[in-house]
Design a protein around this ligand. Structure first.
Ligand code: KG4
Ligand code: ZN
Length: 343
């Protein structure tokens, strides 16, 4: 019975993370520690996340990161009521590293294992920053995900849209790579875009006019590569392509989100009031401005949690795990890692 402490472990992409969270009740939690080791440096030479490198880095760091989270929280392992770990979706080698560490701890401490869907962690992440009443519409845009979710309540999610190919952040990273802008690409594209003309280069708006809330970015990325090839590769060309690309992503995001808002409103009627944007791409000021405008016209209040809560972290995994534990929803020690696991 609450309050209790849960350890969360996250290793599904390129962040090795561990966190200790105190759970008193659904909207009364405290993060006692949240340690995150990024692998950006390991992957930068390749312009994107390399699965084999990620798996090895997780394996090397995981025990140390867990130890750091316990120490930082100033607790003993035996104070923990449960061990939560991401068990999918994600890069399988990394997921296995974290899940195995969690299983070892659960077994040796005699505490329940909580296998958490990484996307559920993201869905609940705004609640790490401040209480946020259900339901809310969540736009999750990061290097690994592009999702529109109706978060109806704990354990109750409706997926309204997702990408059929690349994630939004991946589109930024791949476009940046084509132009030699460095990794991660998003912040660099935003910087160059500020100096360019957003209407100078014609680029596609994938799924424009379609009556669903799914995304596609592959065609946009290819069009950027073609525009770059055809350009004189000057700084002006770079700025114009970045600005046009960012503008296209903004149009796409606005239209797809508008469809999802209609679905969200038909699910919840009067209760449909809150819109949350989360993930690394949400750092983009131009995109944020587009979403702010959209929420104003749609009568929704916009919430953008601090980035440290809505980019990959283990506190969100601890929170989702704690909610599972409170509901008595625990997992067997032989639970499998799942590379694909739609919410
Ligand atoms: O949530 P996040 O830190 O984690 C992963 O998914 O790993 O998101 C990282 C992504 C990268 O693709 C990065 O290029 C993108 O977020 N990103 C941005 C900006 N800052 C980070 N994209 C566009 N504009 C930005 N300012
Ligand atoms: Zn993630």
């Amino acid at each position: 019975t609450p309050p209790f402490l849960v350890l969360g472990i996250e290793s599904s992409c390129d962040e090795t993370a561990a966190s200790v969270l105190r759970y008193t009740k659904e909207d009364d939690i405290e993060i006692l520690s949240s340690i995150i080791a990024s692998q950006d440096e390991e992957h930068a030479p390749f312009g994107g996340v390399v699965p084999e490198i990620a798996a090895r880095a997780h394996m090397q760091k995981i025990d140390y990161i867990i130890e750091a989270a316990i120490n930082d929280a100033n607790i003993e392992y035996t104070d923990l009521a449960g061990i939560a770990a991401t068990s999918g979706p994600g890069l399988i080698g990394g997921v296995i590293s974290g899940l195995l560490a969690a299983k070892g701890l659960a077994l040796s401490l005699g505490r329940p294992l909580l296998a958490v869907n990484h996307l559920e962690g993201h869905a609940l992440s705004p609640r790490l920053a401040a209480p946020c009443a259900f339901p809310y519409l969540l736009l999750l845009v990061s290097g690994g995900h592009t999702q529109l979710l109706s978060v109806n309540g704990l354990g109750d999610y409706t997926r309204l849209g997702s990408t059929v190919d690349d994630a939004a952040g991946e589109a930024f990273d791949k476009s940046a790579k084509v132009m030699g802008l460095g990794f991660p690409g998003g912040p660099n594209v935003e910087k160059w875009a500020a100096k360019g003309d957003p209407n100078s280069i014609p680029l596609p708006r994938p799924f424009k006019g379609k009556d669903h809330a799914d995304f596609s970015f592959a065609g946009l990325k290819t069009a950027v590569a073609r525009a770059w090839e055809a350009s004189d590769k000057s700084d002006i060309a770079k700025a114009n392509i970045c600005a046009s690309f960012q503008n296209a992503v903004g149009d796409v995001m606005r239209e797809r989100t508008l469809r999802a808002i209609a679905m969200f409103k038909s699910l919840h009627g009067e209760l449909a009031k809150r819109f949350v944007v989360a993930g690394g791409v949400a750092a983009n000021k131009a995109l944020r401005a587009r979403l702010t405008e959209l929420c104003d016209t749609e009568g929704l209040s916009l919430l953008a949690p601090p980035l440290k809560f809505c980019t990959d972290n283990a506190a969100m995994i601890a929170l989702a795990g704690a909610a599972k534990l409170a509901a008595g929803d625990i997992d067997d020690l032989d639970v499998a890692a799942r590379p694909r696991w739609p919410l």
